[in-house]
Design a protein. Sequence first.
Length: 123
Amino acid sequence: MAGTPPPPVTRRQVHLRRIHCEGFERDDGLFDIVGTLIDTKPFPIELEEKSVGENQPIHHMSLCLTIDRDRLIHGVEAHTVEGPHAVCGAITESYRRLIGQRIQPGFILVPSACSGPSWAAPT
């Protein structure tokens, strides 16, 4: 019959990525933008360096950018609670390179859990 949608296809969830962002106005006039990323799988998995249980974090990271009203970054705090590799937490200090950057059109921040942040800003 024309116009009839196809029957539903059975599917199962294999990955869940939750990203939660909050903004706070500080008493000193600056703003904290806090983001948290958590990746889980609904089944246990074996990674190269560790085992991860069902619905337990593979990645659990947070990032706090302190900015002013002109979107200039004054501070950065990054924290890796869980990562798939032991080295993942070692990159958190590299996010401090964002201090002095301005969030504006053309600014892209792509955090990578184990290789450090890369970004591009217009020149």
